[in-house]
Design a protein around this ligand. Structure first.
Ligand code: IMP
Length: 421
């Protein structure tokens, strides 16, 4: 009986995946992060201690759950060591419980430098997290990057650096002028070494043994390198299919795909956002929803739920169900809007999410207005416990995206979840 679930962001990231992954992880034997790097981030409070994780799946805090980073991830070793040390304070960490893919690519100080340099020199910056994500994936594609398995081998690491120095004088200069950063980079290798393994092989064995495996996506579908609003995207495959490519296993083993969306929309960085608000409602969403990035601290752009984009993302991911998160943030609005179509100055009314981000940027949202429920949503329970207007909102979302809402988030704690049945 296949028992593999994939959980992905269905918008532009920051949908609050951390909380839901934590809920699912409790019932999982293994949690796998399959793409992205330390551009993601979520904050956890364990025994009153604040822990920010950027790379290690939070499932590591459940003592019977193992965690893995698969081949499609890019790893910042220096930050990973910090995370490992943080996790070790509260959880029992061993190479049996944490598998780091030898195939994953490594983010070096050089890649971080390139990311900042490219953004600063660009006429149309993307608003990246400046964590070196794009340059690391670019070097993977051009086959000049370094994999984690080679990084933890001192000889291979030295060979890679020498080759880079030989062919790239700017790289050689960077090594000389940023010696302290490179020293940290080298020092991290020894600490990470014991965890580096053929993670994909072990994950396949776990699946074959019938273990419950949760695959955790970072960022969101609309930031996908192929299916997102390119070029205003991240550099990896953020959608459910990305898990298959990253890990290498049979698609027939996937039992469930869940998309997570906020009951409104946020975006950080540049790029089209048709339902973006620049008024008091937008400010209210930002304030009530505490919309500041966990990784960069940047304020997030806010807007009403965009059903055009969400329908696209739901079906492109092959979702079996949608988790509608942070619905409580809408508790005190008299009226709640949903973007049901776009109006383009030349192309007229669009009901499908356009492939072209410049078209999307030229669109005005067409809204449908629903009455607010003007009450505090229950913190737990079932859909039948929802106020009539709140239930109406959920049903309308289901109709508009031609899909199912299966769970609703109504608070920051993992207990704050409302289930369909
Ligand atoms: P990069 O991933 O740092 O290259 O940034 C590319 C785009 O993805 C920028 O618009 C970022 O703001 C966005 N992005 C990257 N990671 C996240 C995330 O975890 N949440 C939301 N947006 C993200």
């Amino acid at each position: 009986m296949p028992n593999v679930s994939i959980v992905v962001g269905a918008q532009w990231g920051d949908e609050g995946k951390g909380k839901w992954v934590d809920i699912f992880a409790r019932q999982s034997d293994l949690v796998v992060r399959f793409q992205g790097g330390n551009n993601a981030g979520h904050t956890l409070f364990i025994d009153g201690k604040k822990i920010v994780l950027h790379q290690i799946p939070s499932g590591i805090f459940h003592k019977n759950t193992k965690a893995a980073l698969a081949a499609g991830v890019v790893v910042n070793p220096v930050q990973l060591v910090e995370e490992l040390e943080g996790v070790q304070k509260t959880a029992d960490l061993s190479p049996e419980r944490l598998w780091l893919s030898a195939r994953a690519q490594v983010i070096t100080p050089w890649h971080i430098h390139l990311d900042s340099k490219k953004e600063a020199g660009s006429d149309a910056p993307i608003g990246t997290t400046k964590r070196g994500i794009g340059p690391t994936y670019a070097e993977k594609a051009s086959r000049t990057g370094i994999r984690l398995g080679h990084y933890v081998n001192a000889g291979r690491r030295r060979d890679w650096i020498q080759t880079m120095e030989k062919h790239n004088s700017e790289f050689a200069e960077h090594i000389k002028s940023h010696a302290a950063e490179w020293e940290l980079f080298h020092n991290a290798a020894e600490k990470i070494g014991p965890y580096v393994t053929d993670a994909e092989g072990q994950i396949r064995k776990a699946i074959a043994a019938g273990q419950r495996v949760l695959m955790e996506g970072a960022q969101g579908a609309l930031l996908d390198i192929d299916h997102g609003t390119f070029p205003f995207v991240t550099s990896s495959s953020t959608m459910a299919g990305g898990a298959l490519a990253s890990i290498g296993f049979s698609a027939k083993k996937v039992s469930n795909v869940y998309g997570i969306a906020k009951a409104y929309v946020t975006r950080v960085g540049e790029g089209p956002f048709p339902s973006e608000l620049f008024d008091e409602d937008g400010e209210k969403l930002a304030k009530e929803g505490h919309e500041f990035g966990a990784t960069t601290g940047r304020p997030r752009r806010c807007g009403w739920l965009d059903a055009v984009a969400l329908k696209y993302s739901y079906h492109a991911n092959g979702c079996d169900g949608l988790i509608l998160n942070k619905m409580d943030i809408l508790d005190h609005f008299d009226e709640i809007k949903i973007c049901v179509a776009y109006e383009h100055p030349e192309q007229g009314t669009l009901t499908e999410f356009p492939w072209d981000p410049y078209t999307a940027a030229e669109c005005k949202p067409v809204y449908e207005t629903l009455k607010g429920w003007k009450s505090t949503l229950p913190k737990r329970g079932h859909f039948s416990d929802l106020a009539p207007n709140a239930l109406q909102y959920v049903k309308r979302v289901e109709e508009l995206i031609d899909g199912h809402v299966v769970m609703i988030g109504t608070g920051v704690n993992r207990e704050n979840a409302i289930f369909k049945s």
